[in-house]
Design a protein around this ligand. Sequence first.
Ligand code: NAD
Length: 298
Amino acid sequence: MSHIAFIGLGNMGGPMALNLVKAGHRLAVFDLAPAALKTLGDAGATVAPSARAAAEGADIVISMLPASRHVESLYLGANGDAGVLGVLKPGALVIDCSTIAAQSAIAVAQAAQAAGIDMLDAPVSGGTGGAQAGTLTFMVGGPADLLERARAVLLAMGRNIFHAGGHGAGQTAKVCNNMLLGILMAGTSEALALGMANGLDPRVLSDIMVKSSGRNWVLELYNPVPGVMDNVPASRGYSGGFGVDLMLKDLGLAAEAAMNAKSPVPLGELARNLYALHSTRGAGALDFSSIIDLLKKD
Ligand code: NAD
């Protein structure tokens, strides 16, 4: 079993780290939030006073942080603080599971390589439910032999593991997927709001569409109307889950990737503007399925 440092124990990282503890790995953990640390400490992980302290002596470092700047600061350092790459032993493996810009993933991988450390970008899909159940999908960028080294650890947290290509390719795949998810959530919300505005029961409409050609992941697993499904953010005040501001970040990453490649993404850009409007109205910290509030009649 590996000695793993796990940094970032939020909605996703918390349950992912718990699954690693359950699989018998030795974990040292760090997060800025004391409550997140307590949960992992109670489960048997060692709570470290800093990310660098957690990483000392680790064979593998896993990070699950909000955005590019957090990942770059963690590994490369910021504001005079040294990064985690400085304390890792040569041959250690870094697996970043956060969703960040492909260019940031490549920059950190190059810095790691220069220090004799291996790195994979391994963003995930499957939501907090998938993180809890250990059924996440991993989209991995980096050399294939490194993926084989990481496979057993990834399988403790997920079910499907894809090799997308070289460094950064996992992030590119993830951004394409999440652009589609943002569009699907907005589109599904629009259809449900239209049905409700015309007198339909959202449960009945959801049952119809999930067995019809409008069927999609949102209707199957993540209905945005409160009370239609148990155990989804919509049925607990849009708490937990995947934040509006995180979806907005991913749609921004998609827009950047589109500009770099001169690729048209008209629906992705429309979705980005919808989530931006929703966020500026105060919904940034709510789950992204709350986008239905922007579309539904009062
Ligand atoms: P979150 O905001 O719930 O958790 C982020 C955690 O990082 C928090 O606990 C925060 O305290 C911690 N953190 C921030 N800066 C830190 C630092 N410098 N050192 C240590 N800890 C720090 O976010 P999340 O929903 O868990 O998402 C994490 C990543 O996973 C994001 O990139 C997101 O886009 C991606 N993602 C999320 C979901 C989802 O459904 N929530 C699904 C797939 C991918």
